[in-house]
Design a protein around this ligand. Sequence first.
Ligand code: CMC
Length: 430
Amino acid sequence: MTDRKATLTFDDKTLELPIYSPTAGPDVIDIRKLYAQGNVFTHDPGFTSTSSCESTITFIDGDEGVLLHRGYPIDQLAAQSHYLEVCYLLLYGELPTKAQMDDFESRVTHHTMLHDQMTYFYRGFRRDAHPMAIIVGVMGAMSAFYHDSTDINDPWQREVASIRMIAKMPTICAWAFNYSSGKPFVYPKNDLDYASNFLRMCFAVPAEEYQVDPVLAKAMDRIFTLHADHEQNASTSTVRLASSSGANPFACIAAGAACLWGPAHGGANQACLEMLREIGTVDRIPEFIARAKDKDDPFRLMGFGHRVYKNIDPRAKVLKESADEVLDLLGVHDNPTLQVAKELEKQALNDPYFAEKKLFPNVDFYSGIILEAMGFPTSMFTPIFALSRTVGWISQWGEQLSDPAHKIGRPRQLYTGAAYRDYVPLSERG
Ligand code: CMC
């Protein structure tokens, strides 16, 4: 596979480590034999320099602000494709033909219903439960409702589980929203496209007809598309780690959703909008920027910074345009939150602290503004991210299971605790 080698010398040992050249991105040194040959571990908390798998799905060039799915740039996909086509691309590796697309769309559309017994499962939650708490529970519980698609060694069951999760996630999320707002569950409607169906399930009430606005459906579809996959981020790595033990697909995706909920990851969109509201007016921005720069203050500008992007997040660029379109449609251009967001972005980008640390707006900076304008409460922001990312998790899960080199994930550690010592009975302890 490679003739190039890195030489590592320490103490009296010299090790030769293979170097691989990827299609794009930095070379990778294979350290798998390091422990066996050198009796040492590498230490990399947060995996800042560690590749955990080989993948052909998504590539990010963080310095240039580039995001590719199967080689196609995200701005082209956002402008010319649509979410279900991107799902197909992520899952199967190529853009579909018309016949393949029709078949895929039909399979997804005909799996949108949830097992009726699941309504009782929802009713077990408190009405004020965060929708993410409900979603993590319901997704995990799917393994109890769909026994016929939990065998990971059967390719047919893997395929059925994948389609089920992509198809049912809008229903799962919309029902979590219905339930927490005290509305009856709205059932999916198969003649609607994926995004329109989701909007209808979220906002329709039985008492009247609900017409989905095509501009809002397009913006919703774009939000789904922009969040579809993002290579080995925390939630995706969680899915891969859970799956490495042979866990069933629903359990793995539930684990990913649980990880996504954190404010440093998918929870940042909710945290960002709450921050913009707390700032309230543009004159208070300098105070918050000063807090973000203060080492003794744990406050961070939510929606800013990224582990991989050291340039503008290409998804944020597209969403900024969508925000204008949606707010125009809804006639809310003088929205104070948007004004604070625009001014905050300007002031932060002109501040040497953010420039030196290469902190730019990320996808969460604008998504919350659009979702709020559409009528979603902040508690629904992370569920919408989870819905969109489900296909990415599933694609990465499927790729891992098909990789003959995959094995159970088991990191090592730098132990700094007490060395061996004998137990002291309670009566002899001072
Ligand atoms: N505001 C102020 N300072 C920041 C921020 C921020 N948002 N982000 C990073 N920094 C500083 C940080 O204090 C550190 O400074 P120093 O070198 O002096 O210690 C430096 O920049 C590097 O930060 P880091 O925490 O070491 O970087 P990381 O790669 O571990 O963290 C991050 C990435 C996304 C967790 C972080 O930038 C952050 O907390 N941002 C706010 C939360 C957010 O918007 N998250 C959404 C990420 S995009 C969607 C997703 O992938 O889920």
